[in-house]
Design a protein around this ligand. Structure first.
Ligand code: ATP
Length: 355
């Protein structure tokens, strides 16, 4: 079992807390993504799991073993970085097998494992080539090969695709996920790119300023964000926020935005009159002339089969994703219908979701 358990993990650099009492479990064989903006503590968390950084407090368990104070070399993990330094004077085969050679593996075993990695990564045809002329994609595959041959309990990856252009990154995302489906090794993957995270992860932890803000499947995080931070960070374009003031009684399933009464999922708490924010994803807004929620079209962005229409309302600007055959002219006054089952409600002060 290669389950990774992080318990109350905390890391301070002097006065500054980079990681604040993190708790999460990565199940055996799971592809887990640590997602968040630059500086939120993703790399520090990963480095602590790897054994490259000592926690200030808390525990890390690997397959049930407390490894908190074990050195990196004593942990059965392989680390893949963004900047993959290959040995320029060695060919691909020797680069991939180098760590096994250092560990004293027999030549035949190294050959078997490198051949196997070459097959998995579909780079058998370049195994005897020099690394100097390789494309960035092949260099990335060689770097992955070096991790795979170690046959570790888990892989830790820190923005491994960060240096690639966006089209190629998308391709490599698919390859990495395919690789994971074959190897089924527990993987912790760090990225600030929400599309990368959503497309690959079984589970995601969204981090913000050292805290794990939400932990769940991509679907849970997309559909039921626990805060405006998560709602805004995930999705492209992100969730729309309509700001209004109201009080709500427990059980209420209506939000009153001016003259418009919007149906929404019932709330489970009493909310004193205050600033509130209704969250709706662009694909859950449609045009309906009969709706009392009105706005003026600002502009439209054509995306092929869909378009993103920007509309100014008295509660804030929103973006609606609609079929591109719907004609919208800038300045036109439109009614907006929001899908009542897909709305989120947040406290305007602090941004936490209303229960
Ligand atoms: P990025 O994507 O930019 O790497 P990140 O989410 O991985 O961001 P970390 O690298 O974990 O963030 O850094 C978290 C915070 O801790 C940052 O503010 C960073 O400056 C700080 N930090 C990281 N390492 C050290 C260190 N050795 N000494 C002091 N501060 C550090």
């Amino acid at each position: 079992m290669a389950e990774i358990r992080v318990e109350n993990l905390h890391k301070s650099f002097g006065e500054f807390a980079a990681v604040k009492n993190s708790n999460f479990t990565v199940a055996d064989g799971e592809f887990f993504v640590l997602l968040g903006p630059s500086g939120c503590g993703k790399t520090t968390t990963l480095r602590m799991i790897a054994g490259l950084e000592l926690p200030t407090s808390g525990r890390i368990l690997l397959g049930g073993d407390d490894v908190t104070f074990k050195r990196a070399a004593e942990r059965d993990i392989a680390f893949v970085f963004q900047l993959f330094a290959l040995y320029p004077h060695m060919n691909v085969r020797d680069n991939i097998g180098f760590s096994l050679k250092c560990q004293g593996f027999k030549k035949a075993e190294i050959r078997r494992r490198v051949d196997e990695a070459g097959r998995i990564l579909r780079i058998e045809h370049i195994l005897e080539k020099s690394v100097s002329g390789l494309s960035s994609g092949d260099r990335q595959r060689v770097a992955l090969g070096r991790a795979i041959v170690r046959e570790p309990m888990c892989f830790l990856m820190d923005e491994p695709l960060g240096a690639l252009d966006s089209e190629f990154r998308h391709l490599m995302c698919g390859e990495l996920r395919g690789l994971h489906n074959r190897l089924k090794a527990t993987t912790v993957y760090v990225t600030h790119d929400q599309l990368e995270a959503m497309s690959m992860a079984d589970k995601i932890a969204v981090m913000n300023a050292g805290l794990v803000e939400q932990f769940g499947t991509p679907q849970e995080i997309y559909q039921r964000p626990v805060s405006m931070f998560v709602a805004d960070f995930i999705g492209s374009p992100p969730m729309n926020f309509l700001r209004f003031e109201s009080g709500l009684a427990r059980g209420s399933a209506e939000a009153r935005l001016g003259d418009a009464v919007i149906q929404m999922p019932a709330v489970h708490e009493d909310v004193a009159p205050s600033k509130l924010v209704l969250g709706v994803r662009p694909e859950h807004i449609r045009f309906d002339d009969a709706s009392p929620l009105r706005g003026a079209v600002y502009g439209a962005e054509y995306l092929g089969t869909t378009q993103v229409v920007t509309i100014d309302t008295e509660f804030g600007q929103v973006k609606a994703r609609t079929n591109s055959h719907i004609q919208v002219a800038p300045g036109a006054h439109v009614g907006l219908r929001l899908n009542p089952d897909r709305l989120s409600l947040f406290h305007g002060d602090g941004g936490r979701a209303v229960n």
